[in-house]
Design a protein around this ligand. Structure first.
Ligand SMILES: NC(=O)c1ccc[n+]([C@@H]2O[C@H](COP(=O)([O-])OP(=O)(O)OC[C@H]3O[C@@H](n4cnc5c(N)ncnc54)[C@H](OP(=O)(O)O)[C@@H]3O)[C@@H](O)[C@H]2O)c1
Length: 295
């Protein structure tokens, strides 16, 4: 198949492009920049110049292909609400272009949106459209498209890691470096789910090939690792002390990361493993954090 990949130059998108090309697919990759165009050409992908805020550029890309994988996202957290709304519009625009065909669209979401009863891991079939998390806009768009007969799947991600980058843990490492202390909130028992980059990329390609309309998948290898455990590895890597911060002091210490750092967000992938015959193979989060170069 010829697949339009948005975010094709990003951390996860580039791994998906590699996986698609290795599986014999052709890739049309979206990028805003000349440097992005060069990196896509270097791996054998075709280039589609555009922007997720230029909906016509997305529609043109989606019209040229057999399927779409959408991973582009503006990660400026100071405009998070607007970025989530932009993502909703991007999903809607590409899905509308595919409407009337069986061509699949795979949308990116976050594993915490599958949260059920407090303390239980998030599950694939759980989705609360009323969730206060603005990121649910992307999944609301996916649901609306499914109701219009578009073949949409959602891949939900936890912290995606390799020895270079580890989701929200990367800015936590930078904060610990800047403050000279690695910190967690209260007892640090809240958990974050995780997956290795290569395992996450395989879930996208399997979801695309499986093309089950209205499906949700969790690219999750580890259900939940306590923030205290993660922080201790960071402290050791940076050679800085590790300490607990009271929840009331978290906003002052962690800034925009505060709402995440104290949050318990375990997630299960039992249904995904069964439905896609997918099994995670990559190293775990702690192993990758131990491999990181901290200097
Ligand atoms: N990394 C994680 O651990 C993690 C965890 C949960 C969810 N996610 C989600 O997974 C997806 C991919 O994340 P990532 O970590 O791979 O992101 P990333 O490395 O920051 O890459 C972002 C990509 O989005 C593109 N992009 C950004 N703004 C754009 C715009 N205005 N128009 C077009 N493209 C734009 C960039 O392309 P150009 O610069 O080439 O235009 C880049 O390829 C996102 O939806 C993210 O929220 C990631």
């Amino acid at each position: 198949m010829r697949i339009f990949v948005t975010g094709a130059t990003g951390f996860i998108g580039a791994a998906i492009v590699h996986e698609l090309i290795s599986a014999g697919h052709q890739v049309l990759g979206l990028t805003r920049s000349e440097a992005g165009a060069r990196s896509l050409a270097a791996v054998g992908a075709e280039v589609h110049r555009g922007d997720i805020e230029d909906l016509d550029s997305l529609r043109r890309g989606a019209a040229l292909v057999d399927g779409v994988i959408h991973t582009a996202f503006n990660h400026d957290f100071s405009t998070f609400l607007a970025n989530c709304e932009a993502d909703r519009q991007a999903v809607e625009a590409m899905g509308s272009t595919l409407q009337g065909s069986d061509r699949p669209l795979v949308v990116t979401s976050v594993a915490m949106l599958g949260a059920s009863a407090r303390g239980l891991p998030a599950t694939e079939d759980n989705f609360n459209p009323e969730s206060p998390n603005p990121r649910n806009a992307s999944e609301r768009a996916a649901v609306a498209l499914t109701q219009r007969g578009v073949n949409v799947s959602v891949v939900r991600l936890p912290q995606v890691h390799n020895p270079v980058k580890q989701g929200l843990i990367s800015p936590l490492i930078e904060l610990a470096r800047e403050k000279g202390v690695a910190a967690y909130v209260d007892a640090g028992l809240n958990r974050w789910a995780a997956v290795h980059l290569s395992d996450a990329a395989r879930v996208y390609v399997l979801a695309l090939e499986k093309r089950v309309a209205g499906s949700r998948y969790h690219a999750v290898a580890e259900e939940g690792i306590a923030l205290r455990t993660i922080t201790e590895v960071i402290g050791h890597g940076l050679n800085v002390p590790v300490k607990s911060i009271a929840a009331s002091d978290a906003p002052a210490h962690f800034g925009w990361l505060a709402p995440f750092v104290g949050h318990d967000m375990p997630a299960s992938s039992a249904l995904t493993q069964e439905r896609l015959a997918w099994q995670p193979k990559g190293p775990g989060l702690i192993a990758d954090l131990e491999q990181m170069r901290y200097v």
